[in-house]
Design a protein. Structure first.
Length: 281
């Protein structure tokens, strides 16, 4: 790992899905998360994609579709939901600003790991929250630990998964083991793990701009018919330890571009008028 880059990213953070179609794939061989309460031992592995940093930051849309959606900005492309939130913030309506905050893509982080006792499953991607990410960056920045991904002198981590009242999934706590150990004593096995890793953005379903716009419009239009719709970050198969469900999301159904003294438009019309000037729809 490039520890200077790690330190820089830590400072920055402190300052501040639809599944693929076609043949069914066993995603438990792509992603890893605790499936039950208890302790697990894992080893972070140097990334095939970026040798200097095992962490990959990905921004996700939650609550718009049935599954979490990877923002198109992760591919360096224009994203209609991001465009929409920018437009909402050009209005003076507090409910529009609240909706924009709800729709803002959320940071998730992935890193390649080997799970001890399950080495035969190979390298998998461990997904976690910004909070855990910052803790890991802090450990990497600690001279007593440093590069815990080092294949010869790195550290394993203990992951403690515990249930949380009134929430699905588990709360995760990570602790580095105090003893330095090799990734494996088998050099051939190490090379296999370093050269064979899932590529995150190739594994996730990529929406087209038009399809993502359609999902957004369905989300907005749905608010007209379902006044009590719950909008939250839903628990997906691999993202169920950071879900916060609210009894009611007023920001969605309160969306309005109407100004005082003017008749209200249907939400579908408001949606179109919000973009009609300069977005390529």
């Amino acid at each position: 790992m490039d520890l200077n880059a790690i330190k820089s990213r830590l400072s920055s953070l402190n300052q501040d899905a639809k599944p693929k179609t076609g043949e069914k794939k066993d995603y438990t061989l792509v992603y890893w998360k605790p499936r039950q309460e208890g302790k697990y031992q894992i080893r972070f592995v140097p990334s095939l994609i970026n040798k200097n940093n095992p962490f990959q930051e990905v921004y996700m849309h939650y609550g718009v579709g049935k599954y979490p959606i990877v923002a198109l900005t992760n591919w360096g492309e224009q994203d209609p939901i991001v465009d929409f939130t920018k437009k909402l913030r050009t209005t003076s309506d507090s409910e529009n600003w609240r909706l924009a905050k709800k729709l803002d893509p959320k940071l998730r982080v992935f890193a390649p790991v080997i799970v001890r006792g399950e080495e035969d499953k190979g390298v998998r991607l461990f997904e976690f929250s910004k909070t855990i990410y910052m803790e890991l960056l802090s450990i990497a920045d600690d001279e007593d630990y440093g590069d815990f991904t080092d294949i010869a002198e790195g550290f394993d981590f203990v992951v403690n998964a515990s249930k949380v009242v009134d929430r699905p999934g588990f709360a995760l706590n990570l602790r580095p083991k105090p003893k330095q150990t090799p990734l494996s004593k088998d050099a051939n096995q190490v090379n296999t793990w370093l050269e064979n890793q899932p590529k995150l953005l190739e594994e996730r379903y990529k929406y087209t701009y038009e399809k993502l716009k359609e999902e957004l419009q369905n989300f907005i239009s749905g608010g007209e018919e379902k006044e009590d719709t719950i909008v939250s970050e839903p628990a997906s198969e691999f993202d169920n330890d950071t879900v916060e469900t609210k009894a009611e999301d007023k920001s969605k159904k309160a969306f309005s571009l109407a100004t005082q003294g003017k008749p209200k438009k249907a939400k579908s019309e408001e949606f179109d008028s919000l973009f009609e000037d300069d977005l390529p729809f």
